[in-house]
Every structure is written in C-alpha cells, then in structure tokens.
Design a protein around this ligand. Structure first.
Ligand code: CMC
Length: 446
C-alpha cells in the first residue's frame, strides 16, 4: 500500500479486469498513487490515512455525514436489498417468516442465527415467559409520571432503571450473563410498556399471565379488566405477532446504531437499550407511525389529500410514513402490513382513515415528485391504522415498535461485543472552527 509509481485508471479507456481486488487512488496534489485493497466491495477508511502531502500531515479521512455510504460493521443478522425490496433475517425472507413463524421463534432465529429445534423453542419460550415480571419498585417509578406522560418516555426511563436491579448485567463478556439479560429484556419490555399504558389510564396494573403467548400476554396486560382469565382475540393476537416479526430487526438503522455505539463503551445492555429506545422515539424513525396517524387526522378527509400533497411538494410538510434511507422500492414490510390491516378491520370494523391513506398512496405513487425521489410507503404508513383499530392510543404506537425491535437490538449488541475488530465508537470530525485565539476580558468585548 505504499505510493505506487504509475497511473492506469485516469484515462478514458474501457475498464478491463486486471484480476486485482484493489482500488488505485491518485492524489493530484502530489501525483502519488496508492493501491487500496477491496474486500466485499469496500475499502477500509483507515487505508486512506496514508495519503498525505507532508509526512507530518494527519492523513486523509472520508467525510460522510449521516453515514449514507459508510459501513460501521460487518454483520450476519439481517440482509436488505433496498432496490429490490428484499428483507431477510439470517437468510429467511420476511414474507416466509411472517406466514410461518411466530415472534418468539423469529427472535430466537435473530439472536442465535438458526431456527430452533422443538426443544430449543420450548426452553426459549419458557425462559422468556418466566422473565416477564418486573420488580415491584418499578411501579413506584411509573407512579411518579404525570397521567399524560408519553409512554415512550416511561419506557426509556424504566428500561434504563432495570440496570440498577440487575448489576450482574455489567458482566457483558460472560455468555451466561448475556443470556440471562436477553431473557429479561425480551420478557420485560412488554410488561414495562403495558404498565406505562395502564398508568396513563389510571388503571391498576395487570400482571403477566404465563399461560398466554408472548403477544397474547401483552394484550392481557394492556386490556384485562374484571375477567378472571383474559382470552385474546386470536386474529388480533396473530396480527400483533406478525407485526412484531416485521419489526424485529432492520440492520444498521438509527436505533441499532445507537445500541451498538452506546454498547461499544461496554455499558450494560439495559442502558444501551434505553439509548436505542430513545433513538427509536424520533418521528423520522419509530415515532413515524404516531406521526402518520396525526397526519391522517390533520388531513381529515379524502378531498383534502391533494392540498396536503401540494404542501409536501412545496417542502412545507413531509408525507410521514413515506421514504426510506435504504428502500428505493416498496418497503416489503409495508406490503404485509397492508394485508394485516384488512384482517384486523374484519374483526374491529373498518378504520375510516384508511381511505385517506390509500388516496395519499395513490397520488404519491403517480406523482413525479415522489416517483423521481423513489419515495414509497414504509412500514410505518399502515401500522398506525391497525394499532388504532385495535384500541391503542397514538402515543403507544412507537412503543409497539420498540418491544419487538428489542430482539434485533440485543442481537446487534452481542454481535458488536464479540467482533474482534470493534472498539469503542469514536467518529472523527472535520474541524472548521476558529484557530487558536486569546481570551478577551468581558469589559473589552464589543
Ligand atoms: N415526504 C416528502 N419528501 C420526502 C420524504 C417524505 N416523507 N422523505 C424524503 N423526502 C424527500 C427529501 O425532502 C429529499 O428531497 P430533495 O432531494 O428535494 O432534497 C429526498 O426525498 C431524499 O430524502 P432524504 O431526506 O435525503 O432521505 P433520507 O434517507 O435522509 O431520509 C427518511 C429517510 C425516512 C428519514 C425520510 O424519507 C423521512 O423523513 N420520511 C418520513 C418519516 C418516516 O416515515 N420515517 C420512517 C422510516 S421507516 C421505519 C424505520 O425503520 O424507522
């Protein structure tokens, strides 16, 4: 990788295969040429550092605000082809998993890399189910929140608080400890979420029921009133389970990157999950489902859609639930979500906002503004309509994203921890501020 002598790639000849997996870079400031190894269509940013004008220079860096073209890790968990609209967990397509699997089985797959045997699934389900209870003191934290506190704020705080109950979680390089925290995180997130919801209603907390499925128990903790045994509606239970499968992981998105970045300081997984949940809360990420519903309510009727789209095209508003950093084609999750919406409407009645949503989609898919920018509905466009029909208040929508994403976060965190190439995350900057200057006393400042 020392500067080479000759240049062969700056002429306009048709490219020819040299058989070398390298990238030749010529620094026109010096005329020096460098040969950088290519692995998996990627060069290592650190290989740029040798490119200098003076020996005393720091060396070249790449500048990539928002990481639009920078891989921060290698991963074997989730594959996305954004142009083709493909999403796979550990090689299995999201379409097949949402048809044949359950959330807990998919979570196992994401975390362990393989589908479980019957014995493994039984054990996994047993352990997650037997870690759904939370310490009674957590209820005291929840009691301290205002009645109208956003449940995501309550979830972020209480999941962070779990770290104080489980100091063994600091033992992050111990596989047994990691396994235990994984059961706890996946088991307790629905309980924290449901308790936050019950607090906002001023209703007594409903404790977990270990006889029910993961999503059945979640519905029980949310909606049980006086019945001795809560029986979830099987269509709604399955719909929620499929939605959980669709949200279980999505490679290096903002919240997974937060999980990896915060986890790279070797903090415990509860603190890292609180950071990931906070990242998910934003309206550009998991908070988009809430924002979509608020937008549909603001539009109000099908007749108002063209006027709203006009505002969007003028750059005054966003069409929430549209667009994606990676998908430049229909989000494969959105297709499945749209189908589930009708299954839920068959049970709960048609959500009238669907007509506004369909009209937004129809206009957008034909409009030059959206077509040229490759803006398609994403997973959040239709989920809110389902959640609303199931009886959830809008503030709970991002929480319904956070619960299943916990499996992905923990898998990404563990992969990062065990990756020999990973270290504490510490990006560089291009400093454009003042050079050194002398302090001016207050009475001499203009
Ligand atoms: N409505 C109107 N215009 C849009 C939208 C939108 N929803 N999304 C992108 N654009 C425009 C954007 O203004 C830009 O236009 P121009 O080239 O004229 O400046 C162009 O499309 C490219 O957009 P970008 O902002 O550079 O794209 P990004 O990759 O940085 O952002 C995004 C991706 C998802 C944040 C963005 O599309 C967005 O804000 N969408 C609405 C929020 C949303 O639905 N988020 C959920 C994402 S899916 C769930 C998840 O995994 O988080």
């Amino acid at each position: 990788m020392n500067p080479a002598k000759s240049s062969s790639i700056l002429n306009n000849e048709a490219p020819s295969h040299t058989g070398r997996d390298t990238l030749t870079v010529i620094d026109n400031r010096t005329g020096r040429q460098y040969e950088l190894p290519i692995t998996h269509d990627t060069i290592r940013a650190l290989d740029l550092r040798q490119i200098k004008v003076e020996d005393s220079d720091f060396g070249m860096m790449s500048y990539d605000p928002a990481f639009t073209n920078t891989a921060s890790c290698t991963s074997r968990i989730t594959f996305i082809d954004g142009d083709k609209g493909i999403l796979r967990y550990r090689g299995y397509s999201i379409e097949e998993l949402s048809e044949k699997s359950t959330y807990l089985e998919t979570a196992y797959l994401i975390l362990h890399g393989e589908l479980p045997s019957q014995t493994q699934l039984t054990e996994w389900t047993y352990h997650v189910t037997h870690h759904t209870f939370i310490h009674e003191s957590i209820k005291k934290f929840l009691d301290g929140f205002h009645y109208d506190a956003h449940p995501m704020g309550m979830l972020i705080s209480t999941v962070a608080a779990l770290s104080t109950f489980y100091p063994d979680a600091k033992d992050i390089f111990n596989a047994d400890s990691r396994r235990k925290q994984t059961y706890r995180l996946i088991g307790k997130m629905p309980t924290l979420a449901a308790f936050a919801y019950r607090h906002s209603l001023g209703m007594p907390f409903a404790y977990p029921d270990n006889d029910l499925s993961y999503t059945g128990n979640f519905l029980n903790m949310l909606f049980r009133t006086t019945e001795l045994k809560y029986r979830p509606n099987p269509t709604l239970e399955r719909a929620l389970d499929v939605l959980f499968i669709l949200h279980a992981d999505h490679e290096q998105n903002c919240s997974s990157s937060a999980m990896r970045g915060v986890g790279s300081s070797h903090v415990d997984p509860y603190s890292a999950t609180a950071a990931a949940t906070a990242a998910l809360y934003g309206p550009l990420h998991g908070g988009a489902n809430e924002a979509v519903l608020r937008m549909l309510l603001e539009i109000g009727s099908v007749n108002n859609v063209p006027a709203y789209i006009k505002h969007v095209k003028a750059g005054e508003k966003k069409l929430m639930g549209f667009g994606h950093r990676v998908y430049k084609n229909y989000d494969p999750r959105a297709k499945i979500v749209k189908r589930i919406a009708y299954e839920v409407f068959d049970v709960m009645g048609r959500n009238p906002l669907i007509d506004i949503a369909l009209e937004c989609e129809r206009i957008a898919l034909e409009d030059e503004y959206f077509v040229t920018r490759k803006l398609y509905p994403n997973v959040d466009f239709y989920t809110g309509l389902i959640y609303q029909s199931m009886g959830f208040p809008v503030t709970m929508f991002p929480v319904l994203f956070a619960i299943p994403r916990t499996a992905g976060w923990v898998a990404q965190w563990e992969e990062m921890l065990l990756d020999q190439e990973q270290k504490i995350w510490r990006p560089r900057q291009v400093y454009l501020g003042h050079d050194v200057r002398s302090y001016i006393p207050l009475d001499r400042r203009s």
